[in-house]
Design a protein around this ligand. Structure first.
Ligand code: IMP
Ligand code: MG
Length: 187
């Protein structure tokens, strides 16, 4: 595998800010469920939502289930080529309240597409939660019930988000910069 030609630059969202926001987000989600909290299906979108979902689920006291879904929209670049479902929608969503959990809202196509797939599979309700939403007209126009942080229109990585498979392990969300010009690198 080739090494990435972009490097971690400035921190956009710190691990501390993420840690503070997580219980608030879980409380917002619980409140919106209006009593239908037990039996919620949390559906993290692989692979980017892995780290976010792992932290978020531990802020819920109620009974819940986890069903993973795999969607892919980026190849080796930083421009979306449109979402594709890999492996279908889990069968356990029928008649359930489902919360789709994704890493970032960019063009909005992934969330729109997955919401429809889950509804078509017989879910009772579908809500969406993203860690980050880019300040882009198409992202802001996409229905999404829960947003962790608003971020500028930059390509970001870390805390589960990748660039061509790299940087998911960084604990903060960072902007990417051309190789060799990085500053404030998170080590
Ligand atoms: P959308 O379908 O354009 O909203 O893109 C959503 C998907 O693209 C997310 O699930 C991410 O996997 C990926 N993505 C969009 N922007 C970024 C970014 O800045 N960094 C890393 N991944 C991104
Ligand atoms: Mg992704």
């Amino acid at each position: 595998m080739n090494k990435p030609n972009l490097e971690p630059g400035e921190v956009v969202v710190t691990r501390e800010a993420i840690g503070r926001r997580m219980p608030m987000l879980a409380a917002e989600i619980t409140a919106s469920l209006d009593g239908n909290v037990d039996g919620l299906v949390i559906m993290p979108v692989l692979t980017g939502a892995l780290v976010f979902a792992a932290d978020l689920i531990r802020c819920f006291p109620q009974r819940l289930r986890i069903d993973l879904i795999a969607a892919r929209s980026y190849g080796a670049g930083t421009h979306s080529q449109g979402p594709k479902l890999e492996g279908g929608v889990p069968v356990g969503v029928k008649d359930r309240h489902v919360l789709i959990v994704d890493d970032i809202l960019d063009s909005g196509r992934t969330i729109q597409f997955l919401r429809q797939c889950v509804l078509d599979s017989g879910a009772r309700s579908v809500r969406a939660c993203v860690l980050l939403r880019k300040q882009l007209p198409q992202a802001l126009a996409t229905p999404c019930e829960f947003v962790g942080f608003e971020v500028p229109d930059l390509f970001v990585a870390g805390y589960g988000l990748d660039y061509d498979g790299w940087f998911r392990n960084l604990p903060d969300v960072v902007a990417l910069r051309p190789g060799g010009q990085a500053h404030n690198i998170v080590r």
